[in-house]
Design a protein around this ligand. Sequence first.
Ligand SMILES: Nc1nc2c(ncn2[C@@H]2O[C@H](COP(=O)(O)OP(=O)(O)OP(=O)(O)O)[C@@H](O)[C@H]2O)c(=O)[nH]1
Ligand SMILES: [Mg+2]
Length: 384
Amino acid sequence: MSEFTTPTTAAVLTPPARGAIATVSVQGPEAVALADRFFTSLGKIGVCDANVGRILVGHWQAEDEPIGEELVVAKLAPELVEIHCHGGVQASQRILKHLASAGCQVQSWQSRTTSEHADAIIAEAKLELPQAVTSQAALHLLDQANGALTREIVTIGNLLDNANFEVAQEKLDHLLSLAPFGRHLTQPWLIVIAGPPNVGKSSLLNKIVGYDRAIVLDMPGTTRDVLHATTALDGWPVQFSDTAGIRVSDDEIEQAGIAKAKVALKTADLAIVMHDATDLKPDELDQSLKELPAALHVVNKIDLADDLQVPESGEMLATSAVTGQGVPELISSIVSHLIPNVPQAHEPIPFTSRQIDGLRQLHQQVQQRQIDDALQTIQTLLKA
Ligand SMILES: Nc1nc2c(ncn2[C@@H]2O[C@H](COP(=O)(O)OP(=O)(O)OP(=O)(O)O)[C@@H](O)[C@H]2O)c(=O)[nH]1
Ligand SMILES: [Mg+2]
């Protein structure tokens, strides 16, 4: 089939996991002929004779194989056929193998998605959508898949064409301010729980995620490795990391755990630095916990401290990881710290590093009034 100028391609659209049904999409001038080569419908209607929109039930079998499969073929367009076979990896791979043996090009669903969209940003949104782990994150990505960011970038291009540089610059400033939010639509915010030993770090993690993720013991130095737990706060994806209590220690394993805790703190979007209400000594905190760029300080075990005097310097929240007191307020603080301004529905948001890098470059070009270069950057952003 190499003589065809437009290739016919096949892609599995469903994930390679256990499932009832898998879908193989065949697109191109030979799509219908390829389906007819392996498929016989129950009503003996060929896919070539079926009207567009017709769904056919029948039998799929390669000539050289002793056994076939009952499945459904849908003719979605004159050059687009979907084969709905049994789920899992084997059945769909077998169909791909048959199609490939007849000259069809096999492609990934990602390549198929990219090739279906001339607009690079819309294609990226469609590729990222399956990675969204919460419905709120998915809704914002869906807005971008429906063209919100593309339209904004086109508007910025029009502003540049009309020498309206200040407004273009304002729009770019706003878009770039949403970049951290956009990146976290598919990657959870990283929150590291840290502090001295035995203050209740693991207990707080367990309380927030609602199950016993970490071992809790009344023994300083219980947690050694960094433990992760993923959850959603107010509908936003977050990953908590529980860490070893930071103190001076001779124990080699504990030292290794403390080193890992310090590394985790460096990559955190937010640190929760915990203190013990029954032994409150914020001034004695390890230096590594004092100079964090983004931290919420939490005094835990308030159920044990009737006359707790929370230091006035800096904001401190009070919790009990045992009774749950103060935990909802802590969660609200975490969310408002990570996402001070939740974008409106349908708002344009950059969400991939390619887009963010491109917008930064564009921002610089507009600032320096390199307008021809800026318009070129816009073209590249929209058509990768
Ligand atoms: N009463 C009370 N006890 C708590 C609270 N939080 C933790 N504890 C107790 O304090 C002890 C230590 O708790 P952990 O959660 O293991 O403390 P940690 O900070 O993870 O300790 P390390 O892993 O050793 O650094 C356990 O006995 C917990 O039950 C709290 O809010 N109130
Ligand atoms: Mg612990």
